[in-house]
Design a protein around this ligand. Structure first.
Ligand code: PMP
Length: 428
């Protein structure tokens, strides 16, 4: 075996003897990763990989200011919310400054899944209703309650009687034509679902741009219509901002802002701590108070000073380095590069998304989902040391969501390699 194969085989053997196989590995040839900085990762041989995929490392892998802030608190104190300390107050005040005044309370937890679970619990306690309206192909978390509302993880034949699933409000492809009426069309489908269970729905949960569903923005008017319907029958509205939040979209801090709505609860995670495990539910004072009478809400690690220092450093770096504006400009540039690629290669059927959260949907000559080409591109790019992912119900959407320091040179590197692979593919 060549030395690279040999190393990988050794890792795989050890891994398979302790880690369940349900935890997947990326790429046909998994990578042994050892170091990372900003938009670059390095394997055990020191080879550089361009990371166009990891939305968690928002301000860049191992950003020195985040590392410094986190380790300095870690070496001084780590404790929990039953004591008073500056870090949770500084961070909560700074974070809530990014939300409208109605969203004035934050529960800090340790993951997106924990945040989803808590948001659902709060909604049920507040409304007294158990049913949840969710979107087809949505993903919200790995807990029992999270899976129940995550159609993406539902297996054929499984039944979740408390979850009502609205068809994915997608404009392109199998979805609805882009004639301006899609939002209302899908909202009407929600109305039918709501009316079939009169006044039983306590919460509506949706990602503001669907990640696992294949980088699908919601059609305009969909959220505003559904929010009204859900609230009218006594439910609350949850926006899952785990994948797209914290300025990645360029024009907005949070995806819901794109649709001019204000949710009752917001779920945060992934980029919140730039890799440090922290998530949150941001909500109204009224909803947050439903647990006030007890039993106590407590999380051993949620809101600890080290996590709060990580979160606070992320927000400071975002501001100091103007990364949201950078995501908008770089995202516009990259989207244009992909659109240009689309005019040369008919397999690129749709380019969508905002800022540095883009999806490229691939079709075959008959207009069917081209899953095979998506896999080929992902794996060929990996061989050329560029990291991207694929997703969507047919796994035919390339997911581009890099650390925000990603620059126009990186965009050129990514798209020129893609062009070469597509040209070779067409010739073969
Ligand atoms: N919501 C969305 C939209 C997600 O993408 C994810 C993670 N993929 C989660 C929630 C769950 O977050 P975590 O993996 O941190 O539990």
């Amino acid at each position: 075996l060549p030395p690279d194969r040999m190393d990988t085989e050794g890792y795989l053997k050890r891994r398979n003897s302790v880690i369940p196989r349900s935890l997947s590995l990326s790429y046909n040839r998994p990578i042994v990763m050892q170091r990372a900085a900003f938009q670059y990762m390095f394997n055990h041989r020191g080879d550089r990989f361009l990371d166009a995929y990891n939305n968690i490392m928002l301000v860049g892998h191992c950003h020195p200011k985040v590392v410094e802030a986190t380790s300095s608190v870690l070496s001084r104190i780590n404790t929990n919310t039953r004591y008073l300390y500056d870090e949770i107050l500084d961070y909560s005040e700074r974070l809530l400054g990014y939300f409208p005044p109605s969203l004035s309370r934050v529960f800090i937890v340790n993951s997106g899944s924990a945040a989803t679970d808590l948001a659902l619990r709060l909604s049920k306690a507040y409304t007294g209703k158990n049913k949840v309206l969710a979107l087809e192909h949505g993903y919200h978390g790995n807990t029992l309650a999270g899976i129940e509302v995550s159609h993406y993880k539902h297996k054929e034949g499984e039944s979740y009687p408390n979850t009502l699933v609205c068809p994915m409000p997608k404009i392109f492809g199998k979805g609805y034509p882009d004639d301006g009426t899609a939002g209302r069309h899908y909202a009407e489908l929600c109305r039918t679902l709501l009316e079939s269970h009169p006044k039983e729905v306590g919460a509506f949960i949706a990602e503001s741009i669907m990640g696992c569903g294949g980088q699908v923005p919601l059609p305009q008017e969909f959220l505003s219509e559904v929010y009204n319907m859900v609230r009218r029958q006594g439910g609350v509205c949850i926006s899952d901002e785990v994948q797209v939040g914290f300025g990645r979209l360029g024009s907005w801090n949070w995806g819901y802002e794109k649709y001019n709505v204000v949710p009752d609860l917001v779920i945060l995670g992934k980029p919140m701590g730039n890799g440090h495990p922290i998530g949150a539910v941001v909500t109204t004072e009224e909803i947050a108070s439903v647990f006030d009478a007890g039993p106590e809400f407590f999380s051993s690690f949620g809101g600890n000073p080290v996590s709060c220092a990580a979160g606070d450093a992320v927000l400071r770096v975002l501001e100091d380095e103007g990364l949201r504006e950078h995501a908008r400009a770089t995202g516009d540039y990259l989207k244009k590069c992909f659109e240009d690629l689309g005019s040369n290669f008919s397999s690129i059927a749709d380019v969508r998304g905002d800022g540095l959260f883009l999806g490229i949907e691939l079709s075959d000559p008959m207009g069917r989902p081209n899953t095979q080409l998506a896999r080929e591109l992902k794996n060929r790019l990996r061989e050329e040391h560029i990291l991207i992912g694929t997703d969507g119900p047919d796994d035919n959407v390339l997911k581009i969501k890099p650390p925000l320091p990603f620059n126009t040179e990186n965009c050129d590197e990514l798209t020129s390699h893609m062009a070469r692979i597509l040209k070779k593919h067409n010739a073969s």
